[in-house]
Ligand binder design. Structure first.
Ligand code: FES
Length: 219
């Protein structure tokens, strides 16, 4: 194990392992930093959701906490005007690609987006961006779970789990840019894909995109 260092988060001195990512140090010490795409077991974070910005003492621009390594004397603030602006923009960008209507969402009591909105005082509606076209069918072909792509945040957690942990490779990213989406190879239904219904992708999903049919927040 790497050596212990002392870092400061929001004025609190905390012991961490050198190299440990600041996001996990903060969360393990009950300091909230918004995050969606990070997974603790993933050694190389993708840093794609852009929600976990923090202000580092001595650096002019905020940096993502999921990629920031702890080192002796590091001092960060989880909030600053710049951080709040960046998080607000990233959050709205995610919302623009996410079908709203929380009342009907199977994850409405355990949704990561709602938690972030609550913690940071953000609105669950669009103010500057328009919603992208999300008229897609829910894939209910698996026996135990369903995939509603219109609620997918493209965080990539399910893809990584399916490929690197389950080693099944049923899910992947298809297309690029604005049409990038999570799906199966050749866009077949999950039942027609190599999916084994291990359920790890569902457990990793932070929104209501992947949900167990029998274990939604209503049941
Ligand atoms: S959690 Fe850091 S960029 Fe997504």
């Amino acid at each position: 194990m790497s050596k212990k260092v002392t870092i400061t988060i929001d004025g609190r001195e905390i012991e961490a392992h050198e190299g440990e990512k600041v996001l996990w140090v903060a969360l393990d010490n009950s300091i909230f930093i918004p995050n969606l795409c990070a997974l603790k077991e993933k050694e190389h974070p993708s840093g794609s959701c852009r929600l976990c910005y923090v202000q580092v003492e001595g650096r002019p621009e905020p940096v993502t906490a999921c990629t920031l390594a702890a080192k002796e004397g590091l001092s960060v603030q989880t909030r600053s005007p710049q951080v709040d602006r960046l998080v607000k923009s990233a959050f709205e960008l995610l919302l623009s690609n996410h079908r709203l209507g929380c009342g009907r969402c199977p994850r409405r009591k355990s949704c990561a987006l709602l938690k972030i909105a609550r913690e940071r005082g953000l609105k669950m509606r669009l103010s500057r961006l328009s919603a992208l076209e999300l008229d897609v069918e829910i894939d209910e072909s698996p026996e135990t779970f369903a995939f509603d792509r219109s609620r997918c945040l493209l965080c990539g957690r399910c893809v990584w789990i399916c490929q690197e942990v389950a080693r099944v490779g049923a899910l992947g990213f298809t297309n690029r840019g604005i049409t990038r989406r999570v799906g199966t190879f050749r866009e077949v239904s999950l039942a027609q894909s190599p999916c084994t219904e291990c359920g790890l992708c569902v457990e990793a999903c932070p929104s209501g995109a992947l949900y167990f049919k029998e274990k939604s927040d209503d049941k």
